[in-house]
Design a binder for this molecule. Structure first.
Ligand SMILES: NC(=O)c1ccc[n+]([C@@H]2O[C@H](COP(=O)([O-])OP(=O)(O)OC[C@H]3O[C@@H](n4cnc5c(N)ncnc54)[C@H](OP(=O)(O)O)[C@@H]3O)[C@@H](O)[C@H]2O)c1
Ligand SMILES: [Zn+2]
Length: 354
C-alpha cells in the first residue's frame, strides 16, 4: 500500500475508460476503510468471471465509478474490522461472497437476498477484488476451508452459488432427472456439472471441443456431447435422450442457444437461464413450450442460506473449485486475457500478495 500526501492508496487491476483488453491496466485508489458492520480484507487472491469482461466493455444501464477495479471473487486475511463487528478476529483467513444486498427490503426480509431491490455484485456495481484491500459487509465473509489454497478459496464463491440456486431452488432438480449443462469449460459450467451431479441428476454436458467435454465429464457427467454446425445441442440432446428430451437445462449462452434448449426440453422440463453471453434477444416457438408444458426460468447468484448450503458442500469436499490457471500479481493483464482463451476451463486466479 502506497502513501501519498498522508493518504494510503491501493493498486488494482482495472480501467479508466470502457473498451477492450487494451483498456485494462493498473489503477490506484484511496485505501478503503471499513464502516459499521464491515470488514477490510488484505486480498491474497482474486478470481475472474466472464462478468469482468462485460464490466470492462461497459454494461448498458450499469454505470461504474472510474477508474474501476475488476474482479468479483476474493480470498484473503481480515485486516481491520468496523464498528459493531465483534465476532471476527483480525488475522482470520476468509473467502468472500460477492453478492451484496441491503438486508432491509421485502425480499431480504423474506430470505431472498439475490432478489434484493438493491442487489449488487462486488466488482460490477462496486470496486472489485483484484486489488490489495477490499471492504465488504461482515456477513459476506466465511472462513477459508481448511487445507484450501488462496486460489481455490477465491475460485469458489460466485460460480458455485450461481449453480446451486439455479439447479436446486429455481430448477427444482430432483434425483434421477436428466440435466444438461450447455457449455463444458469456462467459469460456471464446471461448477454446474458438479452441483447437478451432487444433487442426484443424470448429467449430460454439451461443449464445443472434445477436450473440454472430456474434462467436464470427469467432474460428474454421465455423458458428454460435442456440438458441430450440423449437430447443434438440441439435436444432440434429442438423440441422446431417445427423443424424450431433458428434464432440466442450464443455459448461460443465450441468443441462439435458448430456442434450441427449449426444443430439447422433456415434457414438463425446465430451462434455467443464468446468462446471455452471445446475446439476450431470442425468437421462440411458443408452440413447443406450451405443448411440452415446459418453463423458462431466470436465476442470479444466491440467497444467504443458499450460499451457506453450497459453502458447506464445498467445506465437506463434495464439490471442489476448478482452477484454470493461477497468475502472479505482475501478470495481471495476461491473466485477464486468459478469460478470452477458447481453452479456458475453470477459474482464472490472480494472486495479489506473496
Ligand atoms: N446470473 C448469474 O448469477 C451468473 C453467474 C455466473 C455467470 N453468469 C453468466 O453466465 C455466462 C457464462 O459465464 P462464465 O463466466 O462461465 O463465462 P465463460 O468463462 O466465458 O464461459 C463461457 C461458457 O459458455 C459456453 N459457450 C457455448 N457456446 C458459446 C458461444 N457461442 N460463445 C461463448 N461461450 C459459449 C462455453 O462452452 P465451451 O467451454 O464448451 O466452449 C463455456 O462453458 C456469462 O454470460 C455470465 O455473465 C451469470
Ligand atoms: Zn434487499
Amino acid at each position: 500500500m502506497a502513501v501519498e500526501a498522508g493518504r494510503q492508496r491501493v493498486k488494482g487491476l482495472g480501467f479508466s475508460a470502457h473498451g477492450g483488453l487494451d483498456r485494462l491496466g493498473w489503477v490506484d485508489l484511496p485505501a478503503p476503510e471499513p464502516g459499521t458492520g464491515e470488514v477490510r480484507i488484505r486480498v491474497r487472491a482474486a478470481a475472474f468471471n466472464r462478468l469482468d469482461r462485460f464490466v470492462l466493455e461497459g454494461i448498458p444501464g450499469v454505470p461504474v465509478e472510474l477508474p474501476h477495479i475488476v474482479g468479483s471473487d476474493a480470498s484473503g486475511v481480515v485486516d481491520r474490522v468496523g464498528a459493531g463487528v465483534t465476532d471476527l478476529a483480525v488475522g482470520t483467513e476468509v473467502l468472500v461472497n460477492p453478492g451484496l444486498w441491503d438486508g432491509t427490503c421485502e425480499y431480504c426480509r423474506a430470505g431472498q437476498e439475490s432478489l434484493c431491490r438493491d442487489f449488487r455484485i462486488l466488482g460490477e456495481h462496486t470496486q472489485g477484488s483484484a486489488t490489495e484491500y477490499i471492504v465488504v459487509p461482515r456477513r459476506n465473509v466465511h472462513p477459508k476451508p481448511a487445507g484450501w489454497s488462496w486460489g481455490q478459496a477465491a475460485a469458489a464463491p460466485l460460480v458455485f452459488q450461481t449453480a446451486w440456486r439455479a439447479l436446486r431452488t429455481v430448477g427444482e432438480l430432483r434425483p434421477g432427472e436428466t440435466v444438461a449443462v450447455i457449455g463444458a469449460g469456462g467459469s460456471v459450467a464446471p461448477a454446474a456439472i458438479q452441483v447437478a451431479h451432487r444433487l442426484g441428476g443424470r448429467v449430460v454436458v454439451v461443449g464445443r471441443t472434445a477436450e473440454k467435454v472430456e474434462r467436464a465429464v470427469a467432474l460428474g457427467a454421465e455423458a458428454g456431447l460435442v456440438t458441430t454446425p450440423e449437430k447443434p445441442h438440441d439435436r444432440l440432446l434429442w438423440e441422446w435422450s431417445r427423443k424424450r428430451g431433458i428434464d432440466l437445462i442450464f443455459d448461460s449462452v443465450g441468443a441462439d442457444s435458448v430456442p434450441r434448449s427449449v426444443r430439447a426440453l422433456a415434457r414438463g422440463g425446465r430451462l434455467v437461464v443464468i446468462g446471455a453471453t452471445e446475446g439476450s434477444k431470442v425468437e421462440l416457438d411458443l408452440k413447443t413450450l406450451f405443448w411440452r408444458q415446459g418453463s423458462i426460468r431466470g436465476s442470479t447468484m444466491a440467497s444467504r442460506s443458499e450460499f451457506d448450503q453450497v459453502y458447506n458442500e464445498l467445506v465437506q469436499g463434495h464439490l471442489r473449485p476448478v482452477v484454470d490457471s493461477e497468475w502472479d500479481w505482475d501478470q495481471g493483464i495476461a491473466a485477464f486475457g486468459r478469460l478470452s482463451d477458447p481453452g479456458l476451463f475453470g477459474k482464472v486466479v490472480l494472486r495479489t500478495a506473496a
